[in-house]
Design a protein around this ligand. Sequence first.
Ligand code: PLP
Length: 391
Amino acid sequence: MVNQELYNIGKARTVIRRLFDYGKEQRKLGNVVYDFSLGNPNLQPPKEVIDTLRELSIENPDGLHEYTLGPGLESTRQAVADNLNKRFGLELEGKYVFMTCGASPCLRASFEALKESPDDEIIMLAPYFPEYPLFIKNAGLKSVAVPCKDDLTPDFDALEKAINPHTKAVIVNSPNNPSGIVYDEATTKALVDVMERKQRELGRPLIMITDEPYRELVYGVPDHCFAKDWDNSIICYSFSKSLSLPGERIGYIAVNPKMEGADDMYWALSGAIRMLGYVCAPALFQRVIEKCLWAKPNIAQYQKNHDLLLDNLTRIGFECTHPDGAFYICIKAKDGDSEALSELAKSLGILIIPCDEFGAKGFVRIAYCVKEQTIIDSIPAFEKLYELMNK
Ligand code: PLP
């Protein structure tokens, strides 16, 4: 009676959810757990967000909770474009911005909009967000995972080999989930060089889907918008992480106006969002973010967590990624057995995620969007973990 494939996906609990639920149970039982499982920002939204919410609820302007047009409020879309233009030197117009329910629908709609034939392929540079392959499959395209190097940095030789006449787009995610790696200038240039060579060979636009929900969460390196580097790009953005609003479901797609066929892409994305049944992004939060585009996350607190964890993990002896962004660090498991390391950690009360599903085989992810005290308290358990891992 029901679609078996969707039933299976619905029934399956991801390792992230399993560990998160385990943590909740343990806390109920009064046991200590150091829960680094979920990328759920622990910080409150910035003051501007709280103040705007308060003002809107007091003023209660007409239409506050009405449907907006599918692409969103014109003033919000223009404000997003202005903000990106000022910060990154883009030439966006509001008419190319489409407000969405977070980054997930942006990605899902982009795949849908690009699909012309069932042979079409989307390239995912490992490590990648494990929802990509599901979304791509559900949109009727093929996902192609391009492996990364041993330190989880991108392998552009492998990318060059993977791009073929069926390739529609390459997804780029920097700052990266799960590694925390941020592309520096040289890495971005190497990516663009490959894309340019292959685009020329293909003789048609090769799209870059830039998945940027962690754009502003960077430590000591500049924030970056990849539309600056690649004309044929679609920006997928979410305020889930930068403004600590994951439960409010607010983000946007922006089509680079320099894209060949930008208007066609915009309308195909519009069609995709409609067919997926999103109707419009939350009306209240469109108004909130319009007023809070310049608000900043508490980078100092995340930076403290980042430094504290990285310093201690390297002191203990763990091999770590070099994360300049997001709120994730990956550590390497002995003999590449990330499941075993995650289980061992669980026995010590540390909840960390094996990254094989992210295309980062042999690594385990630590999400440090937690209270600083949790990190401080967890250090002896990490010391024990290292000792047991190497026994
Ligand atoms: N892309 C990446 C890389 C993510 O890590 C996440 C969420 O964790 C998403 C997209 C989805 O974000 P949203 O909550 O806005 O749907």
